[in-house]
Ligand binder design. Structure first.
Ligand code: ATP
Ligand code: MG
Ligand code: MG
Length: 370
């Protein structure tokens, strides 16, 4: 079989590798850390730095196509890989999503709505924040995930207390209007080089302490809004020339409008429900897309309630969850359950139409709460 290279050894690489193996491919993982969830699911596993040209060249020469589960490889690293092997999705898409300012500028250039934002490049610009207004959220432009690198400024008082540290903040930052959203949703969209685009159903996401906690599919939204979200994601995939899968995170505001929060051109945590509720899940779709295989319709046969297992508290629930009759468990093989660490997830599956909002509320409300 052909070799698929995956940059990144986390759980997304682990699950992508399993999907690739099922399709008869061999997987070579490049990971920058030794104990890695993807080590045990790949045919070949190399530990190396993502910016080491020698390591990147050796890796790329061993592969027929390269993709990612880790997005933050440098532009030079990307260009180096592409010299020796086709890379999907292409470097310019990763570069777009790596930097929140490029990301927002690109989205706006496509006519897609984002929360009002402003670049904060220095302490001086920080001090001018009151003219932008509160509440707002400051985010580092790069390397943020699970809400890390964010400062929430609810009001001028919060701003004043952070102002003492203005000289030490990690500029550049981006200030975003805090959206009083009705709900958060996301769409997984996949496109292959032949131009076939597929969107999975819209899922509703709940976060706790900045970390995705629960995804409910189908999102309990009006069909026309769901269609709008999918059309938006498909447009984006086309405009970016995406080859592979991409998560599109959206806010539905109080007026029923959609705003794009961020995009992730790779398999995404909010798409894990597809592993149990779809015949072909996000990982298989991704592998199909990057290897040039046809993309079947992203059909959903069940409703799904995806619950992340985060840290020691959630891992303590496992003995109970294994006993549930409609729960499929995915563990990532991580040794230590540190607080805030994603250790695995559970997909609870219901017949289509069997997961009405009221049931979610009565049965699972405690798991949704902040
Ligand atoms: P990840 O990549 O893990 O999804 P991240 O660190 O890139 O997270 P964001 O997705 O930007 O961070 O933000 C994390 C969460 O914080 C969002 O899912 C949302 O719940 C909340 N949030 C972010 N930006 C805003 C905003 N402008 N208004 C309201 N809430 C926001
Ligand atoms: Mg992010
Ligand atoms: Mg996010």
């Amino acid at each position: 079989g052909a070799w698929i290279g995956i940059v990144g050894g986390g759980q997304l690489g682990r699950m992508s590798a399993v999907a690739a193996a099922r399709l008869g491919y061999r997987v070579h993982i490049l990971s920058n850390s030794e104990p890695s969830p993807a080590a045990e699911t790949s045919a070949r596993f190399t530990v190396g730095a993502y910016d080491d040209p020698v390591c990147l060249e050796q890796f790329a020469r061993s592969c027929d196509v390269i993709t990612f589960e880790f997005e933050n490889i440098s532009a030079e690293g990307l260009a180096h890989l592409a010299r020796f092997c086709p890379v999907h999705p292409s470097g310019h898409i990763l570069e777009t999503s790596q930097d929140r300012i490029t990301e927002k500028t690109t989205l706006e250039s496509f006519g897609l709505p984002v929360a009002p934002w402003r670049e904060i490049g220095s302490a001086e610009e920080f001090h001018a924040l009151p003219s932008f207004g509160f509440p707002c959220i400051l985010k580092t432009t790069r390397f943020g995930y699970d809400g890390k690198g964010q400062f929430r400024l609810e009001n001028e008082a919060a701003f004043n207390s952070l102002a003492a540290e203005a000289d030490t903040l990690p500029y550049p930052l981006v200030a975003e209007r805090k959206i009083d959203f009705a709900r958060e949703v996301s769409v997984m969209v996949v496109r292959n080089a032949a131009g076939t685009v597929r969107c999975f159903d819209v899922t509703e996401n709940h976060h706790r302490q900045g970390i995705l906690r629960v995804s409910i599919t189908p999102a309990p939204i009006m069909p026309d809004l769901a269609e709008k979200a999918q059309t938006l994601a498909a447009t984006l995939a086309e405009k970016l020339g995406l080859v592979g899968i991409m998560g599109v995170e959206l806010f539905e505001d109080r007026d029923g409008r959609l705003l794009v929060n961020e995009i992730a051109p790779r398999p995404h945590n909010s798409g894990h429900w597809t592993m149990s509720a779809c015949l072909v899940d996000q990982f298989e779709m991704h592998v199909r897309a990057v290897t040039g295989l046809p993309l079947p319709p992203a059909r959903r046969h069940s409703d799904a309630y995806m619950h992340n297992l985060i840290g020691p508290d959630d891992m303590a629930l496992l003995p109970e969850i294994v006993g549930e009759e409609n729960a499929s468990i995915h563990l990532y093989g991580k040794e230590e359950a540190r607080p805030g660490r994603k250790m695995g997830h559970v997909n609870r599956i219901f017949p289509r139409g069997g997961l009405p909002g009221s049931m979610v509320l009565s049965r699972y409300q405690p798991q949704l709460e902040d």
